[in-house]
Design a protein around this ligand. Structure first.
Ligand SMILES: N[C@@H](CCC(=O)N[C@@H](CSC=O)C(=O)NCC(=O)O)C(=O)O
Length: 277
């Protein structure tokens, strides 16, 4: 494992590391912010999952998360969004292949060898973080757009794994929107029944744990009606009796300006859950 970057920030340090992932069978980078409290002892960890076209850099350079992580004493881990490298399958498209891993385990060629972001984020990365950094096993997960889908699906599929979950502008029903149909058709094949295992709206019905979902959605988001469709999550949660706090924010778009505007509230939400004994 090699440290690529280290920057003092809000009394702590923002680092970027590169390592060989056995699950993804490639080299991958992740950002990790170590708050000042980590110098005195282990801290809980918030995993942030970024959206289409992102690397580990977008969140750590645009969101202003370090201030809130330092305030609450949280480590923040921001992985890349897909496997990477010259021998990793790819296409010339922003919403499929490298930069668009969709936080699932692909079952179809040519994707299935490397595209296993679910297992990477849920198992391999936390094991690495908890073995090599001053991190406790108390975990939370959040993300944006494709990463918001990832956060919701990881929490719903893995009861007991996360203390809290939240999302900005998530793709809540990938089986029903163009981004998800394209990705799932390629990564999972044409059997739509298999898609439902990676679809938050479908997973809510049978969730083994009723972990409350916190979602912020901009009303001026250019992808709102076509790709995001938060009303489907509202309907699914209503039908299942699953707790959801969906906040529609007038005037906000899909960008990191939106995330940065409400990120403090998400950190407060996660800190409250993570600090519980
Ligand atoms: N056509 C756009 C789409 C890319 C885009 O908007 N990416 C978002 C996430 S969208 C859903 O996952 C993003 O986070 N971009 C990075 C950023 O720093 O804003 C394009 O190709 O640009």
């Amino acid at each position: 494992m090699q440290r690529i970057e280290a920057h003092a920030s809000h009394g702590g340090v923002q680092e970027v590391w590169q390592h060989r992932s056995a699950v993804l069978d490639c080299e991958l980078r992740f950002g990790i912010y170590l708050p000042p409290q980590a110098q005195a002892g282990p801290c809980p960890v918030l995993y942030w999952l970024s959206g289409l076209t992102c690397s580990e850099q977008n969140f750590i350079t645009k969101a202003g998360a370090q201030r809130y992580a330092a305030e609450h004493g949280l480590i923040v881990v921001a992985p890349d969004t897909s496997p990477r490298g010259a021998d990793v399958a790819n296409v010339d498209s922003y919403d499929l292949g490298q930069g668009a891993g969709f936080y699932l385990n692909a079952t179809r060629e040519p994707w299935s060898r490397h595209y296993r972001m679910h297992d990477y984020v849920v198992d391999e990365l936390p094991a690495l973080v908890e073995a090599n950094f001053p991190a406790t096993a108390a975990r939370a997960v959040s993300g944006h757009s494709m990463g918001g889908h990832g956060a919701l699906v990881l929490a719903l599929r893995n009861p007991g794994r996360y203390r809290s979950v939240s999302a900005f502008s998530p793709i809540v029903a990938p089986s029903q929107v163009p981004w998800g149909e394209k990705a799932f058709g390629n990564y999972l094949g044409e059997d739509r029944a298999a898609w439902l295992e990676w679809d938050a709206c479908a997973l809510v019905a049978g969730a083994a744990e009723r972990l409350p979902l916190l979602v912020d959605q901009g009303e001026a988001d250019e992808f709102l009606a076509t790709q995001l469709r938060p009303e489907l999550l509202e309907q699914a949660c209503d039908a299942a009796g699953h707790p959801l706090l969906l906040r529609r924010r007038a005037g906000y778009d899909h960008s990191y300006y939106f995330i940065a505007s409400f990120l403090d509230e998400h950190f407060a939400h996660h800190a409250q859950a993570l600090r519980r004994g």
